[in-house]
Design a protein around this ligand. Structure first.
Ligand code: RP5
Length: 181
């Protein structure tokens, strides 16, 4: 299944080994065309050593698969779901309606409407059914948020997040130095 999603995944040994552990984050997307948006999330989860699964679940094209996935994710040890979809992006909201787990929604930008349709479809959830929505196309932040949620119960992950923040700060301050020289 991993290989079918493209050479960038199949060729990464780190990613392959991460996939062999029991996943705690599930990354789902409405179509394989969302994969280019979601590669960044896979990279972040790999960088933090968080075991994850990645697959296609379509709210519209495979509704029964979506129901089965959302009903059973927590029983399989999944702790956080990242759900990406574009256009009439119903997947994150529908999954959140069924699962008790936290759901992070990634609005995928399509060629029409610049992803605003995806954003509005995902962010405007009714009271009682939350989806934590990140910026259009920003699957990096979806993965970082998943790591932060997990790190509440995992001190080593919290430490990695602190290091990540410090390295970002160093990077920006390095640019400041260069600019002011
Ligand atoms: C959504 O429809 C998917 O999440 C994707 O972003 C969009 C288009 O899908 P394809 O027609 O490219 O398969 O359900």
């Amino acid at each position: 299944a991993l290989r079918a999603l493209g050479p960038s995944f199949a060729d990464s040994p780190v990613l392959e080994s991460t996939f062999k552990l029991a996943p705690v984050v599930s990354v789902i997307m409405g179509s394989d065309s969302d994969l280019k948006t979601m590669t960044a999330a896979a990279q972040i989860l790999t960088q933090f050593g968080v075991p994850f699964e990645l697959t296609i679940v379509s709210a519209h094209r495979t509704p029964q698969r979506m129901m089965d996935f959302a009903k059973t994710a927590h029983t399989r040890g999944i702790k956080v779901i990242i759900a990406a979809a574009g256009g009439a992006a119903h997947l994150p909201g529908m999954v959140a309606a069924i699962t008790p787990l936290p759901v992070i929604g990634v609005p995928v930008p399509l060629s029409y409407l610049d992803g605003q349709d995806s954003l509005y479809s995902i962010v405007q959830m009714p009271r009682g059914v939350p989806v934590a929505t990140v910026a259009i196309g920003n699957s990096t932040n979806a993965a970082l948020l998943a790591v932060r949620i997990l790190s509440v119960q995992a001190p080593s992950l919290l430490e990695k997040m602190i290091q990540y923040q410090e390295s970002m700060e160093r990077e920006v301050l390095g640019k400041v130095d260069k600019l002011e020289q």
